[in-house]
Design a protein around this ligand. Structure first.
Ligand SMILES: [Zn+2]
Length: 306
């Protein structure tokens, strides 16, 4: 029985899975992302996982940042330490196997679309909200990466003219108000006790903590503003919120859905749901890309992950 190796490279961890042609996960593994020589570290780790499964036929690698999937090049992934690296070809030469390179969030969206929260939906936004925030745009059933692979960076869409400074150099970006890291930072800046987690802030917001309530209201308003713009431009059927904040469930989806509906005066808002695959979405997406690299159409793999 043949299998593929899927590797999701994040800022902190590299997560690996071996997935067979029945779509079943045979091996799950992880290790810290190397602080230096990231390309070598990623390829060596892939080689190690491949060596554990003799029938491996392909490898799928997904990374954050600016990724040219067609050429197999990582242009810029700041939190992994990769810049202008032809990672697909490097891995292919070293492993002697077909390798596919993808963007972590677009790959995660692919998995959510195939067997997660957006199953059967052609037009949707997959928006994981964690330390940062990037989205994956799906139009007509296909991920849309834009002209140079920077499509979907809704976290840096401006939601407030002359708003707070974003780490990216712009002002008033969505991420500045609504990422998990920004919510925690703004809570402390406005007088909340340091060390409070974003989850605690979310629950305090509904329990009379006025600072938490204000910071949370700002986050929801910023998200509603950006999602109203997205809805007007692309008319999605569905918006899938993932990442750590997506796990807040109704505490986020309730107020966000209400505020999004209020902003859209003459049309219905798209459905708003939490992601289904959690932190595994990127790895499953990498497995899909790996199977595609050896010519398996999505129907060729009998996905039975759950
Ligand atoms: Zn920004």
């Amino acid at each position: 029985m043949s299998a593929v190796v899927a590797l999701d490279v994040g800022g902190t961890l590299m997560k690996a899975a071996v997935v067979d042609s029945h779509g079943q996960v045979l091996v799950n593994d992880f290790r810290p992302t190397p602080a230096e020589h990231a390309a070598e570290g990623v390829v060596s780790y892939a080689a190690e996982v491949v060596s554990r499964v003799p029938d491996t036929v392909a490898v799928g690698l997904v990374v954050p940042g600016l990724v040219d999937e067609e050429r197999g090049v990582v242009h810029y992934a700041a939190n992994v330490g990769l810049q202008d690296v032809p990672l697909r070809d490097l891995a292919q030469r070293r492993l002697g196997l077909a390798v596919s390179l993808g963007h972590d969030v677009r790959a995660g969206g692919l998995a959510e679309g195939m067997f997660g929260a957006a199953r059967g939906v052609d037009d949707f936004l997959f928006l994981p909200i964690g330390t940062g925030m990037a989205g994956a745009i799906f139009v007509g059933g296909q991920p849309y990466a834009g002209s140079v692979g920077q499509g979907g960076e809704i976290g840096h869409a401006p939601v407030l003219p002359n708003g707070e400074q974003c780490r990216c150099g712009q002002r008033g970006c969505l991420e500045t108000y609504a990422s998990a890291a920004s919510i925690a930072r703004r809570y402390v800046q406005q007088g909340g006790p340091p060390g409070t987690t974003t989850q605690e802030i979310v629950s305090r917001a509904s329990n009379g903590d006025l600072i938490a309530r204000r910071v949370w209201a700002d986050a929801v308003a910023a998200l509603a503003c950006a999602l109203a713009t997205y809805t007007m431009l692309l008319d999605p059927e569905l918006i899938v919120i993932g990442g750590g904040l997506g796990e807040s469930g109704e505490a986020l989806l309730g107020p966000l859905g209400k505020e999004l509906a209020e902003r859209l005066a003459w049309r219905d808002p798209p459905a708003l749901v939490g992601a289904a695959l959690g932190a595994s979405a990127g790895t499953f997406g990498a497995a899909i890309l790996a199977w595609r690299a050896v010519g398996y159409g999505d129907a060729g793999v009998n996905w039975r992950l759950f």
